[in-house]
Design a protein. Sequence first.
Length: 279
Amino acid sequence: MFRPNGMMISKTQDELVLMKEAAMLVSQTLAEVAAVLKPGMTTMQLDALCNQFVRDKGAIPSFYQYHGYPHNICASVNDVVVHGFPNNIPIKEGDIVSIDMGVIWKGWHGDHAYTFAMGNVDEASLQLIRVTKESLYLGIEKAITGNRVGDISFAIQSHTEKKHGYGVVRELVGHGLGRSLHEDPQVPNYGKRGTGPKLKENLVLAIEPMINMGKKEVYTESDGWTVRTIDGKPSVHFEHDVCVKKDKAIILSDYSIIEAAEQKNPYLNTSYYSATKNA
């Protein structure tokens, strides 16, 4: 689906302002999802909500018709890793729901994702959510000037696969972001320290661990998009838009507004928060 365009492009300060606005619009949209999400809703309803919210703000949902993708968001439930088609199947208590979406705002892309736990979710799934979210921030810590992509990859893999025994998906990776939805470099969630392209200041990355509870292997359904775990076990996806800086990366997107809405929603389970490192 996602093919970088072969360019690693640092952004100007003016461009970063617009990219921050684009990323924040995605965060605001995901916060709207967090406020209304409940059992009985469908992911098709969420798709319509996100489309309307983004267009009302004067932006464009960037996933729609991207390489032919037929929806505005990717809605991945339980064993769907990514690229799940919104549908009319009611969301159930105990489901894990990952929403990934992007916008185009004044020519610049925002693209990030968040995973929600629907009510009485089992402890093993809550731990997977917590660890995946933690790994995102551990990867972000390595997104500084002079480091290499492999430093981000190693941090994510070490926490998820080596420490907790989860499956890190190999076929799907993070990426650069800018005027194109997918720019170089590719940012795998596995790798060796000190390898890969060197990170330049003001490079913007979409860092996105996609972590399976069981095996790392996945398969794509006949629709050509929906990616599922090979063993049917749950998968979790988190994604931030991140600007590489000399001492500490800047996160352009904002989970705090999503989390605030999530905590106010009685249908969502946030019990894993207490052990999670947030930014």
